[in-house]
Design a protein. Structure first.
Length: 193
């Protein structure tokens, strides 16, 4: 379950008096929960649509085992905080390479699909600010990468406020979420007309 925003308009870094893994950031979430919680306007729906398309493309290439950390203004109440909608969603994908590919083949795959692995292209095409971490890498490097992303994502850039983030498995209820999002987008379009 995604916790309520704090009085600072962010997800809490943990809930309760004692930090317990089930009640601390990154909070586990499904695509359906993400849509139900954050599909509250046209901009947010467009970002969710981009995220769902991005996830589908990754899985289509074989990046199907792992999870994504979701952060940025999208998982904050930026509308109340800054009087604007979010522009994108920050996504770090922690994934195992496609099965059966060597390291060189995986590197070639990444180079062949800049639309999925280049930050500028992904922001333009999917409204996702992306990075990827190889879960099959050396443990020392994996710890270094995780520490970096957790440190960056767990604090707001402008004022260093400690905040929470979400964790979405690559294998989730994406199709149900897409159906729910299409319904919500239709409702939003009808209200705009």
């Amino acid at each position: 379950m995604i916790p309520a925003f704090t009085r600072f308009h962010v997800l809490p870094p943990f809930e309760g008096e004692r930090i317990a893994s089930a009640h601390s950031s990154p909070y586990p979430v499904t695509c359906g929960e993400l849509v139900r919680r954050f599909a509250s306007g046209a901009e947010r729906c467009a970002i969710l649509d981009g995220l769902l398309r991005y996830r589908s493309e990754l899985r289509g290439l074989g990046f199907a085992h792992g999870f994504q950390w979701l952060d940025g203004s999208f998982v904050e109440d930026v509308e109340a905080l800054e009087k604007r909608p979010p522009r994108d969603i920050d996504v770090v994908t922690f994934a195992y390479p496609p099965p059966g590919l060597s390291q060189e083949q995986t590197r070639n795959l990444l180079r062949q699909r800049p639309d999925l692995f280049d930050q500028a292209r992904c922001k333009q095409d999917f409204r996702c600010d992306v990075n990827i971490v190889n879960l099959s890498t050396a443990p020392e490097w994996l710890v270094t990468q995780t520490r970096y992303w957790y440190g960056l994502f767990s604090h707001r850039r402008a004022d260093a406020l400690w905040k929470g983030m979400l964790q979405l498995p690559l294998d989730s209820d994406d199709e149900l979420a897409r159906t729910a999002l299409a319904t919500l987008q239709g409702d939003t379009d009808a209200r705009s007309a």
